[in-house]
Design a binder for this molecule. Sequence first.
Ligand code: FAQ
Length: 313
Amino acid sequence: MEALDEIILLERFESRINAGEKIEPKDWMPERYRKQLIRMISQHAHSEVVGMLPEGNWITRAPSLRRKISLLAKVQDEAGHGMYLYSAAETLDVDRRELIEQLLSGQAKYSHIFNYPTLNWADIGVIGWFVDGAAIVNQTMLAKCSYGPYSRANLRICKEENFHKRQGYEIVATMAAGTTEQREMVQDAVNRWWWPSLMMFGPSDNESPNSAELLRWKVKLHSNDELRQRFVDLTVPQSQAVNITLPDPELRYDKKTQHWNFGKINWEEFWNVVKGNGPCNRERLAARQKADDDGAWVREAAVAYTMKRRMNR
Ligand code: FAQ
């Protein structure tokens, strides 16, 4: 009987998704859907929070007050995105503390891209252009996903990411039109960030174990490779507009498919970074651990304050 109920509930759930309805926290959902969402949303939240580190590193060295203000605002936005996303994950009956402990213990993943170093100011421009650009392509899709709280969080995030991308591209355009040294700095940053940015969309479709389930339940509406192609198609003309060369001799426009073909991605490098062996993995986790330790007294004070208020009621 229970199994039959489950089949009927699953059918109803899938027909709601196919009809374009949003699933809300109190609705019935299969356990796999809940687990997949917790995995993805928490990974996304951790990425936003860890993603503050490579850029935060340049706030004190921004070349002007105007640049400093916009970078500061961008990094603060990323903290905010982390908070929306942890809240969205909590609607699935999981505690944020548990998720943070998974990050600190190295059990939870976060985007591999944040394990690369930011070596000069041009990196800040290129991160906005490529990393936020890739994030927008991915999250514009996620803003239409089947889970209501995650969809709404992404809608808000995308609005802010658009500003991030523009501030990055404007830094790139300014430096690309500047002195020879500035142009060289941008080209060097582009050469280092291009391939890792393509990897942000995850492994190729035939190597992506989660995609089939996520596509079926409309958490993903496009595959990893489809989104990667969209990012390449959008970015090539932007690079041409600022006279910057993307480091791929195989980039060719295919008139028939109307897409830019690109060279082979080094998946060995990707998995190496995901497994914890990238240039900055240890540094990033140590920084998050320190932030967590330094904030312990704030959490304790907040709990004590709440308990005191409850006792006084
Ligand atoms: N890094 O089966 P799939 C941002 C893992 S936010 C590390 O294809 P899925 C904003 C994946 O978890 C950027 N691990 O996985 C910002 C899975 O392992 P698991 C983050 C990766 O979920 C900008 C395994 O590989 N965005 O940038 C990566 O179907 C600037 C097999 O892969 C999100 O998290 C990777 N790049 O597709 C902040 C968006 N790719 O968990 C600061 C939400 C894959 O089974 C500055 N997430 N893996 O052990 C997603 O859209 C998806 O989860 C994908 C991966 C597309 C990331």
